[in-house]
Write a protein that binds this ligand. Structure first.
Ligand SMILES: Cc1ncc(CNC=O)c(N)n1
Length: 222
């Protein structure tokens, strides 16, 4: 039997913030069917911008895994995530067309999105630590996984036209992928120095805060 990993310890410690990010009113409004479609469209356009910035972040993690990881499978797991992002960008374009959301010219990142992307950039630098960055990566993916899985539950009343969106991140396959990332992060954290642990915990909290702000932004359309 494995002991509880560092991540679960942190999630218990910061439970309120985690729940705030994974059961946000925006997500609850999808799952109870009361979502305002204009909020959904705001989210869609803004998330496309985010995912475009997420690609170089994941690329930087591949470089770090290749250079620093003691386990070859790390790079393969991250590469799988990168491949999924390739499909995801195509999906955003198709979905935006379906909803009449313009992804090209006038679409600019709102402030919370800009700030989130800037945080990603700070983790992309060569000086940024692999353990810290992989912990943030897990958190970014896990928030979407847990949030959208909620919209697929038996009790949910997710509008049929939003089911495909929820399926992207709420699926069993995405859950398994998040589990693999969590494993990598926990393995690294188990061997980390106190300084790395401190930084990784802060990175986790920073992700959760940015995710809450991202949902808030989507909800209010600003
Ligand atoms: C703001 C935000 N957080 C996490 C994700 C999920 N990762 C990739 O798609 C996302 N799309 N957007």
């Amino acid at each position: 039997m494995e002991n509880e990993g560092v991540i679960d310890t942190w999630l218990r410690k910061h439970r309120l913030l985690y729940v705030g990010a994974t059961k946000h009113p925006f997500i609850l409004s999808i799952s109870d069917g009361t979502i305002d479609i204009s909020s959904f469209k705001t989210w869609l356009g803004q998330d496309y911008i985010f995912v475009r910035a997420f690609v170089p972040f994941v690329a930087s993690l591949i470089v770090k895994a290749w250079k620093e990881s003691d386990d070859r499978s790390d790079m393969e797991v991250i590469l799988g995530g990168m491949a999924a992002l390739n499909d995801e960008l195509e999906w955003f374009k198709k979905e935006a067309f379906k909803w009449g959301v313009q992804l090209s010219h006038p679409l600019l990142p709102h402030k919370p999105n800009q700030e989130y992307c800037r945080f990603l950039e700070s983790l992309m630098s060569v000086e940024a630590n692999y353990t810290v960055a992989i912990t943030a990566f897990w958190a970014i993916e896990a928030v979407y996984q847990e949030s959208f899985a909620l919209c697929l539950g038996d009790e949910s009343r997710t509008p049929p036209e939003l089911k495909e969106t929820c399926q992207r991140w709420g699926s069993e396959a995405f859950a398994k992928y998040c589990c693999s990332l969590k494993h990598i992060a926990n393995r690294r954290l188990k061997q980390a120095s106190d300084d790395e642990l401190k930084k990784a915990e802060v990175a986790l909290l920073t992700v959760l805060e940015h995710e809450v702000e991202f949902w808030n932004m989507s909800r209010s359309g600003s």
